[in-house]
Write a protein that binds this ligand. Structure first.
Ligand SMILES: Cc1cc2nc3c(=O)[nH]c(=O)nc-3n(C[C@H](O)[C@H](O)[C@H](O)COP(=O)(O)O)c2cc1C
Length: 369
């Protein structure tokens, strides 16, 4: 007997199947853009292998008749400790693009973080999200007037946090993407207007030194300036060291995202899960700490939370789900992920997110399974 796929069903039953379907739907250059990392992709692999090394400690007979995934992120209620990571150019993946993702996230009660480089505009995505929580991700712009306009538009359209990505003074050296032939340049339309630019592609030799774009000259004053320019809480994305985590707190960030940009920026940077506990300690409760990079399954979510993250972000799987089935595909993936978290919590004997403490995860020296 074959399992017929109901009409409108994106047609995946597991994560592996989802990735396979997405690979088959997208042209090779776009697939290389989505999947690729920087250089030899050591960091990309490390994100996943850090989760593969982690083990969890099931507890039994602890009364798991009801399980609650709800949390508050930046003082707003969320159905689960999850957010959709900002990813650029989603119309290249499916016509539903960011609007479809925002609608799916809203249905599932999950925050969506919208990229500066979205294919749909800030306002169109906000209308699609309706009452759903949305945060705006800013790539600092060389033209401050353009940056200012983006902030004003995000505020006016009901975005409730500003996520500033700070790990991209220049784009990483992305071998797989380059071989695939997808170039992040002016030829890819940006929904927020033609004056909005992606991070700089490369340094230019200027006499005996190399010159980067003016926005690469940013210092921590950037966070101070943004704080003056917006009333939205500031989340700093792309932090990997305790030193920088403390800078975020000193400059008034309300949250940090421990992120290596999905292994796309600096090859050799550590896996986010490995550095998380030290960054949580460095922040010392003065800001919320989130993590992204390699989160795929319910148990990954649990392990990151048990090591101190307040929420985790999902990058590539959202794009796979978008490719596989547009908005319904993303909805299905998010629902599946939440169910996996619930099943894992039941098997761990934990009823609420607050109960996901350090005792959930095994010793790091345990052999991989
Ligand atoms: C195709 C693609 C595009 C991305 N675009 C952006 C972006 O526009 N802004 C940003 O801050 N991060 C961007 N990222 C990084 C993600 O926000 C996130 O940090 C990363 O994907 C998390 O890792 P994961 O893909 O393993 O879940 C992008 C990632 C991918 C895969």
């Amino acid at each position: 007997m074959s399992l017929a796929t109901p009409p409108g069903d994106p047609g995946f039953r597991s994560l592996d199947e989802l990735e396979e379907i997405a690979a088959g739907r997208l042209p090779a250059p776009i697939w290389a853009y989505v999947q690729g990392g920087a250089g030899e992709e050591r960091t990309l692999r490390a994100n996943r292998s850090a989760f593969a090394r982690a083990t969890v400690r099931p507890r039994v007979l602890r009364g798991v008749g009801e399980i609650d995934l709800r949390v508050r992120l930046l003082d707003s209620p969320c159905a689960a400790p999850l957010f959709v990571c900002p990813t650029a150019y989603q119309a290249k993946i499916h016509p539903d693009a960011e609007s479809g993702v925002a609608r799916a996230a809203a249905t599932e009660g999950v925050v969506t973080v919208v990229s500066t480089l979205s294919s749909h505009s800030i306002e169109t995505i906000a209308a699609a999200a309706g009452a759903g929580s949305r945060w705006f991700q800013l790539y600092p712009q060389p033209d401050r007037a353009v940056e200012r306009r983006l902030l004003d538009r995000a505020e006016a359209a009901g975005y409730s946090a500003l996520v500033v990505t700070v790990d991209t003074p220049v784009l990483g050296v992305r071998d797989r993407q380059a071989r695939g032939g997808f170039a992040i340049d002016g030829s890819v339309p940006i929904g927020n207007g033609s004056d909005v630019v992606p991070p700089s592609r490369g340094p230019i030799l200027d006499g005996v030194t190399y010159r980067l774009r003016p926005d690469a000259g940013a210092t921590w004053e950037l966070v101070d300036r943004l704080r003056e320019q917006t009333r939205l809480p500031i989340v700093v994305k792309g932090i990997l060291t305790p030193e920088d985590a403390r800078e975020c707190v000193d400059h008034g960030a309300k949250a940090i995202i421990v992120s290596n940009h999905g292994g796309r920026q600096l090859d050799g940077a550590p896996a986010t899960l490995d550095v998380l506990p030290d960054l949580v300690a460095a922040v010392g409760g003065h800001a919320e700490v989130y993590l992204d990079g390699g989160v795929r399954r319910g148990t990954d979510v649990i392990v990151a939370l048990a090591r101190g993250a307040k929420a985790v972000g999902i990058g590539r799987p959202i794009l796979w789900a978008l490719a596989a089935g547009g908005e319904p595909g993303v909805r299905q993936y998010l629902a599946m992920l939440k169910l996996e978290v619930v099943v894992a919590m039941a098997l761990l004997g934990r009823r609420s997110v607050a109960e996901l403490d350090r005792t959930v995860v095994g010793d790091r020296s345990e052999p991989p399974i």
